[in-house]
Design a protein around this ligand. Sequence first.
Ligand SMILES: [Zn+2]
Length: 467
Amino acid sequence: MVTAVRGGIIVTSTDQYNADILIEGEKIAAIGKNLSYRADAVIDATGKYVFPGGVDGHTHFKAPFMGTVTTGFETTVGAIIGGTTTVIDFVPQSEGAGLVDSIIRHREESAEGKSVVDFGLHATVMDSRNSIFEEAPNLIKEGVPTLKVFMAYKGTPAYSSDETIFRLLRKAKDIGMLVMVHAEHADIIEVLRKQMMTEGKTEPKYHAMSRPPVAEAEATFRATMLAKAAEAPIFVVHVSCYDSMLRLRGARMEGISAFGETCPHYLILGVENLSRPDFEGAKYVCSPPLREAWNQEKLWEAVRNGWIQVVGSDHCGFNFKGQKELGRDDFTKIPNGCPGVENRLGLLYTYGVMAGRLSLGKMVDVFATTPAKIYGMYPQKGGLVVGGDADIVIFDPDWTGVISVKTSHQGLDFNPFEGLTQKGRVEKVLLRGTLSVDAASFVGNPGQGRFIKREPYGLAYAVSYAK
Ligand SMILES: [Zn+2]
């Protein structure tokens, strides 16, 4: 099967030009002008942008929270309609199980045959027993060169001590693994949470008040210092605020190989949403929490300047009814996380590019290319590269609409970006050369997504750090 994408404006992280793309089977075979070919199918992209398929390195499909669970990989239809062709899903270590066993189980039972986008998996330490250090090399063999630890959640098995993180960082450096951290100071949060509950402050807004920016900033700083001590790279997930970003930027200025991610909800939504009436604030409960609105412009600036390198969705598919509602009388029981895997590109284009905050190339970079490089899957994923997978987004810049749960495909009963204007939208998507979205509707095959084995020594290892 030979497919040609003709006449579009190709946008990569570094270039913008008019050219045709020739696809043979699952791969990009050629990019150029006036290519001579005999194609089985021709896709006319005249007047449209042609982007690499998005890489969302932060999703939680089939993820448990206090007895309830997020929606499964079937709902990746939302991802592909939103222009994301690869997700990397966090696999919580099952209680009493090893990291590798948890990965294999999640892959076989939850993802394979269900995901409509290609997928990688991150290990997540939820039970920091000694065996995690011995297991790390086997994760690499399984194509999982990334591992997340929680600095928050003290008193639960998910919590990792500084000792654990430091030892992991040293181990990771030996094998090219990237340690990712959820950076929030566990003790500050525990003390404040208990105080709120004692004082009867149970509404959603107190979730945010119990997790102040300083708790995130302190842990971000500490994580980068542990990385410095271990002479290893580190990746801080979901940087939510200016204070935390400053620590990440400071570490980079010091020569530490510190990378970070923010998410559309931190760029666009403010903490005032947690005070919505009728318990609707619960829809906006995530950790770290949404922040005061002034942080948003600071985060855009950080993305624009490369101080934050990745925008991931941190997609958590919890419904309002029956799930978010579980915390009606106690904010600590509200399932944490916001959906957004479908809206990442539309939001970055509308509130980044069209608002003059990001160039098109920078948008592609944080949406697809740099995540693929950091997570060890470039150039197979994340670029428009001859020999790479033909994951291609054809984007109509002239469309205007409004984000609503009524037109969402995430399989949920709400959308936190409800009512926001969106400019431009994904018109067509090819996954490894197969047309999977056409006229903004899913036309691919159920379960077409494939597990992507990733390589160690990603981009974070290409940066030298201070000795
Ligand atoms: Zn997350």
